[in-house]
Write a protein that binds this ligand. Structure first.
Ligand code: 13P
Ligand code: SF4
Length: 320
């Protein structure tokens, strides 16, 4: 007798207690689940580690797990794979990309680089492995100023791909940076007008913003920083309320850390939920479970690109 093949619906059946099933798979696979703050709250709640892009790469660089389940977007999981070629790196939804990373295609960037000889390239971690492989140093929003400040004053610098973070870093370091004109669809969407209206309705609230926001929004911010920095600031500030100009997924941790404070998501220009990252939100708890159960989708990349992309990431980790 031949065993009958299981129907797909059976293979992909979702258990009632997803949390328990994921915890069991975590043990069986010797897996670690690392998640960005922009993930759905239930994913954040099951994660072993939640952080900003720097924290996530540091965690990925120092894990003993055999399997890294990356609840974030493609460039983040790819960075984990670059650092861990021998480990299995799973991304719950392989389509979870990033508009900012997509705004910097390798062919065009190569030509841009060639048009600026003698420049070194500092690239924001929100870029593809191919762009990392063409870069000298990687940075994140939490260490970009620190890293640029360590580069000799007379060394010209290309900063890619985010023009808003680049402009912010140029101001903070008092440097001329040649900026690649990329941006993030989420951080571009915040409405200055609506933020001002919210501030009038909530005069007690402080505006806090991610440096990927447009200058018109950053100009109103009491504090600017990476997601982890915004979270820490909201805990330490005496203010009872905050208007949060970044993806609202971070508010889950802000509310957990300071339940008595009020967190108001900065609104988008249109009456839409465009302040939620459509890429990050492709991951769900169900997909995370299925990725662990089926050990797919897995991140892979060509070894020559991986080796070239590893160098500037290691430089970042040393300089952070
Ligand atoms: P950080 O969490 O490093 O601040 O980055 C925000 C972001 O846009 C990630 O895609
Ligand atoms: Fe990319 Fe913006 Fe989404 Fe971050 S929030 S992953 S930069 S599209």
């Amino acid at each position: 007798m031949f065993a009958t093949a299981q129907p797909i619906s059976k293979i992909n059946s979702i258990p009632n207690d997803l949390f328990a099933a994921i915890r069991k798979l975590k043990k069986d696979l010797n897996a670690v689940i690392i998640a960005h703050y922009y993930q759905d709250s239930d994913i954040q709640d099951i994660a072993d580690y939640i952080g900003d892009s720097l924290g996530l790469s540091q965690k990925a660089a120092n894990t003993n797990a055999d399997v890294i389940v990356f609840a974030g977007v493609h460039f983040m999981a790819e960075t984990a794979k670059i650092l861990n070629p021998d480990k299995i790196v799973l991304l719950p939804d392989l389509n979870a990309g990033c508009s900012l990373a997509d705004s910097c295609p390798p062919k065009e960037f190569k030509a841009f680089k060639e048009a600026h000889p003698n420049h070194i390239v500092v690239s924001y971690i929100n870029c593809s492995a191919e762009i990392k492989a063409m870069s000298d140093i990687i940075c994140t929003s939490s260490n970009a100023v620190k890293i640029v400040n360590q580069i000799p004053q007379d060394q010209p610098i290309i900063f890619a791909p985010d023009r808003n973070l680049g402009r912010y870093v140029a101001e903070q370091t008092n440097r001329d940076l040649v900026l690649w004109q990329g941006s993030c669809i989420v951080h571009e969407t915040f409405s200055e007008k609506k933020i001002i209206q919210l501030q009038i309705q909530h005069p007690e609230a402080e505006i806090i913003a991610h440096p990927e926001c447009e200058p018109a929004v950053l100009n109103h911010a009491k504090y600017i920083g990476s997601t982890t920095a915004l979270l820490k600031y909201s805990q330490n500030s005496n203010s009872p309320a905050f208007i949060v100009a970044t993806e609202p997924g971070i508010i889950h941790q802000m509310e957990k850390a300071a339940p008595d404070k009020k967190f108001i998501p900065a609104p988008a220009m249109n009456n839409c939920a465009c302040n939620e990252c459509p890429h990050m939100r492709l991951n769900t708890l169900e997909k995370l479970y299925l990725a662990m159960k089926n050990k797919t989708p897995e991140i892979t990349l060509p070894e020559d690109i991986r080796i070239a992309a590893l160098k500037p990431i290691q430089r970042m980790l040393e300089m952070s």
